[in-house]
Write a protein that binds this ligand. Structure first.
Ligand SMILES: Cc1cc2nc3c(=O)[nH]c(=O)nc-3n(C[C@H](O)[C@H](O)[C@H](O)COP(=O)(O)OP(=O)(O)OC[C@H]3O[C@@H](n4cnc5c(N)ncnc54)[C@H](O)[C@@H]3O)c2cc1C
Length: 467
């Protein structure tokens, strides 16, 4: 490749077009910033377009706790059709069911509406610094190497690539170097939903249900299953230590797994997404290890489909409808910010004056085999995420948002889901624009958090009034 080095200038450069990066870029652009959204891959939206529901947008009581850009994207999805919306899993959470295919369109429409410049197939391989600032990111793609200067940079790379290159302090998993499993999601269409829900009522010993006071803890498993059936959606969490999964593992037809998570994605196509494959303790920033995982995960996916079709009522006439376009990565590096969100913040549902967004998902740490940590937030509530957790320690103009957030491992286990990741991104995008209007443009510590909060409320973010 010719070493043609170009130079460009933006107000805000967002690295990573997953859900956090999309929210950050939309938020910066809608506030007048010339905004570039970069991604090494071929699509924008991240896990919004792989078949997952949006967790952490409502708390366990069913109150919405994230609005803003997420709401705008969900509204666009609803306008395009096929939107299912909030569903109660009768285990721990309300989640928002979306159609990943329609979501691909909705995300692009909202990015275009606000004038975000999207550049795909472009890898950030290095940075250029100017004192304590990141002056720009070096991007390589087929055309050239380009130094993209940004007055504020937002690291939504999932792995904290920009922060790491900037010399920021990083955190990696725990002392045992355990990593939450990689997962290949797949989808199954033509599901007989009433038959599946009847099976839940008939054999509730297979289900994870009633795990908190807001999700039927006072009910029997069968009563929870009856509520699931009344809801009418194929939202079913088959548990790893239940007879159905145990049989599959014992017969060598299923990988050891904590769940067969069945998630509604399209009522029209009677289609569900399935979260069950897993390879734990792989460091996904090791590209060779990640690549070697793909055939193993695809093999698990195919065997799981065969097992589900032959063993789970409702699936006997179903068909394979597709694989996610990428391996799902739950955990790699986390960046140290001015504040590190803690387990106690999450568990105690702590509220704060400098909150820029909320989270409510349980501490959710998938482990090897059938193990998974699930600790609900107290009283079905939500916690506030402070502005300072977005601010990368030691760097003047660099935010971090999304999966590589500044949080201890357990807090990350909660705030890593899409609702809070998008709230973080949205706050960083607006914060970037406010910092550019301050006396020291680009100094993100000069941002008035009170002004930021008011601006976020104007954009429809939810900062108070919920449990
Ligand atoms: C299997 C699985 C199940 C999950 N279940 C749920 C669920 O049910 N509900 C829920 O809400 N959440 C769920 N989560 C968690 C959640 O989906 C993710 O944590 C969240 O989507 C992360 O979003 P992000 O934007 O921070 O990161 P990502 O989606 O990882 O986006 C990062 C982007 O940055 C790009 N990138 C990385 N490095 C570079 C670079 N150097 N240069 C350019 N681009 C780069 C990548 O290509 C990627 O597109 C799940 C996660 C997984 C993997």
């Amino acid at each position: 490749m010719a070493q043609r080095i170009l130079q460009e200038m933006y107000d805000v450069v967002v690295v990573g077009a997953g859900c956090a990066g999309v929210a950050a870029a939309v938020s910066a652009a809608k506030n007048g910033g010339r905004t570039l959204l970069l991604d090494a891959g071929s699509l924008a939206g991240g896990e919004l377009i792989t078949g997952l529901p949006v967790d952490g947008a409502l708390n366990a009581r069913g109150e919405w706790i994230v609005g803003g850009v997420l709401k705008e994207i969900l509204d666009e999805h609803a306008r395009l059709g096929g939107y299912i919306g909030p569903v109660k899993d009768w285990r721990l959470i309300w989640y928002v069911c979306i159609d990943p295919e329609i979501m691909k369109v909705a995300v692009m429409n909202v990015l275009a509406r606000h004038g975000v410049e999207l550049r795909l197939y472009s890898f950030v391989e290095d940075i250029v610094t100017d004192g304590d600032r990141v002056a720009g990111v070096m991007v390589v793609n087929k055309q050239s190497r380009t130094l993209v200067n940004g007055r504020v940079i937002i690291d939504c790379s999932g792995d904290g690539d920009v922060a790491q290159l900037a010399g920021a302090e990083m955190m990696v998993s725990n002392a045992q170097r355990e990593f939450q499993p990689l997962t290949m999601l797949f989808r199954i269409g033509g599901v007989n939903v009433p038959e599946l829900l009847d099976f839940c009522v008939a054999e509730p010993e297979n289900l994870a249900v009633g795990e908190s006071e807001w999700m039927g803890a006072e009910l029997t498993a069968r009563e929870c299953a009856e509520r699931l059936r009344e809801q009418g959606q194929p939202a079913v969490f088959i548990k790893g230590d239940g007879p159905l999964i145990q049989k599959g593992i014992a017969e060598g037809r299923l990988q050891p797994t904590a769940l067969i998570g069945i998630i509604p994605v399209s009522n029209e196509r009677r289609e569900v997404s399935v979260n069950t494959t897993r390879l734990a303790n792989i460091n996904a920033t090791d590209t060779s290890a990640l690549s070697k995982s793909l055939p193993l995960l695809i093999d698990q996916a195919w065997k799981s489909i065969e097992y589900i079709r032959s063993s789970v009522p409702g699936f006997s006439n179903s068909y394979f409808a597709g694989l996610s376009h990428r391996i799902g990565i739950r955990e790699t590096r986390r960046v140290v910010g001015d504040y590190v969100l803690t387990r106690e913040d999450v568990f105690e549902a702590r509220k704060r004056d400098d909150g820029i967004g909320k989270g409510s998902h349980h501490i959710d740490i998938h482990q090897d085999g059938i193990k998974q940590v699930r600790i609900p937030v107290k009283h079905g509530g939500s916690y506030d995420m402070p502005y300072s957790m977005l601010v990368v320690k030691g760097v003047e103009n660099l935010y971090v948002a999304g999966r590589c957030m500044s949080a201890d491992r357990e807090a990350h286990g909660s705030a890593r889901v899409m609702g809070p990741c998008m709230a973080q991104g949205e706050a960083a995008g607006l914060g970037a624009m406010l910092s550019l209007r301050s006396n020291n443009p680009g100094d993100i510590r000069a941002v008035s958090v009170d002004r930021l909060r008011l601006g976020l409320l104007d954009q429809g973010a939810i900062l108070h009034g919920t449990h």
